[in-house]
Design a protein around this ligand. Structure first.
Ligand SMILES: *[C@@H]1O[C@H](CO)[C@@H](O)[C@H](O)[C@H]1NC(C)=O
Ligand SMILES: *[C@@H]1O[C@H](CO)[C@@H](O)[C@H](O)[C@H]1NC(C)=O
Ligand SMILES: *[C@@H]1O[C@H](CO)[C@@H](O)[C@H](O)[C@H]1NC(C)=O
Ligand SMILES: *[C@@H]1O[C@H](CO)[C@@H](O)[C@H](O)[C@H]1NC(C)=O
Ligand SMILES: *[C@@H]1O[C@H](CO)[C@@H](O)[C@H](O)[C@H]1NC(C)=O
Ligand SMILES: *[C@@H]1O[C@H](CO)[C@@H](O)[C@H](O)[C@H]1NC(C)=O
Ligand SMILES: *[C@@H]1O[C@H](CO)[C@@H](O)[C@H](O)[C@H]1NC(C)=O
Length: 273
């Protein structure tokens, strides 16, 4: 066992002592450790992209009345009408927000942000829904009753940057998250970088994830068969989360003509759950 170790140390010393002039002499099979390093890092990952830009400042808060609700966001606002928003929406108040049974707040635009910042209780009654690309909630308490859902499934904004699995004649790669997605295509005529799945939108924070999933690849460059990436779900509660409903951030389904999207992010922080 000692011999390889001392050999290695000798080689290292030799390398350090050898100036660039003597490299032609030093290169070759005897210092295969260099060759090994070169292969290890060749094209394994694309370099990490820079951290995502901080979100733009939110628009002014809408009122309970704007939401066709009853009451005030500084006391209690009850929503009994489903709404379709056309753009990002910010809801702020020092009171409670109750979304009544079966009521859906939806922003169909990809990547659309619904932001709720209330000091009191947020309640999603049975079958209430919040559906958007990103949902960012700060509240005193949050209760999601059975059948309610905050759903950012397959709603990643893909206008941010082109990121999807590679197109391929037969199979589209899957979406990636925090790294590239995998591809099950086995084809040794292709370089690995030609058959990988979607690139990550950014290198995510494991502790505070706020990143979209990426899109699955499509089998045709011209047509978009890949599943969309999942959106972003953030739930930050000062006191108690009572979770009987669902938080979903799945990637969109693939199919025989495209790969599935990768899941997005879910962050929950609360004192009690
Ligand atoms: C809620 O109170 C804040 C100040 O405490 C005020 O700026 C805001 O306009 C109030 N909103 C409503 C809907 O009354
Ligand atoms: C909410 O609307 C439904 C019908 O859409 C109605 O039956 C129900 O009474 C309303 N609830 C409240 C609290 O206004
Ligand atoms: C919102 O839009 C969807 C289609 O995008 C439609 O099915 C739904 O009825 C709309 N809801 C409201 C309350 O307008
Ligand atoms: C939430 O609203 C409060 C004011 O009520 C404000 O100070 C705080 O910055 C807001 N938080 C976020 C995350 O927007
Ligand atoms: C949250 O729930 C706790 C216990 O259920 C309650 O004491 C508190 O008043 C509620 N509201 C806020 C804003 O913490
Ligand atoms: C969540 O959204 C996805 C995509 O729009 C949809 O297919 C799925 O049925 C939704 N899930 C629930 C539980 O509403
Ligand atoms: C969070 O809860 C603590 C104790 O219940 C309270 O003192 C504090 O003001 C709350 N913070 C916010 C932002 O509501």
């Amino acid at each position: 066992m000692a011999t390889p170790l001392s050999l290695f140390i000798c080689s290292s010393f030799f390398l350090i002592l050898a100036g660039p002039e003597s490299l032609p002499f030093a290169s070759g099979e005897d210092f295969s450790i260099l060759e090994y390093d070169a292969k290890l890092f060749r094209g394994d990952y694309s370099p990490p992209s820079p951290p995502p830009p901080s979100p733009p400042p939110h628009p002014p808060s809408v009122s309970c009345e704007d939401l066709k609700g009853i009451g005030s966001l500084n006391t209690t606002c009850e929503l009994n009408y489903s709404l379709n928003f056309t753009d990002d929406v910010y809801i702020e108040g020092k009171g409670n927000l109750f979304i009544l049974q079966g009521v859906a707040l939806t922003c169909p635009k990809l990547g659309c942000l619904i932001e709720i910042n209330i000091t009191g209780d947020l309640i999603l009654n049975p079958f209430a829904e919040i559906v958007a690309g990103s949902v960012y909630i700060v509240a005193g308490n949050a209760s999601l009753f059975g059948g309610s859902v905050i759903n950012v499934t397959a709603r990643a904004d893909d206008l941010l940057e082109p990121s999807q699995g590679t197109p391929d004649d037969a199979e589209g790669g899957g979406g990636g998250h925090g790294g590239r997605g995998a591809s099950c295509v086995m084809d040794n005529k292709k370089l690995p970088e030609d058959v990988w799945g979607g690139d990550a939108h950014s290198w995510d924070s494991i502790e505070m994830p706020w990143t979209y999933g990426s899109k699955g690849g499509t089998t045709k460059k011209e047509e978009d068969y890949g599943g969309r990436g999942g959106g972003r779900n953030w739930l930050q509660v000062n006191n108690t989360v009572d979770m009987r409903g669902m938080l979903l951030a799945n990637g969109g389904d693939g199919g025989i003509k495209g790969g599935g999207g990768s899941g997005g992010s879910i962050y929950i922080k609360s004192h009690k759950m």
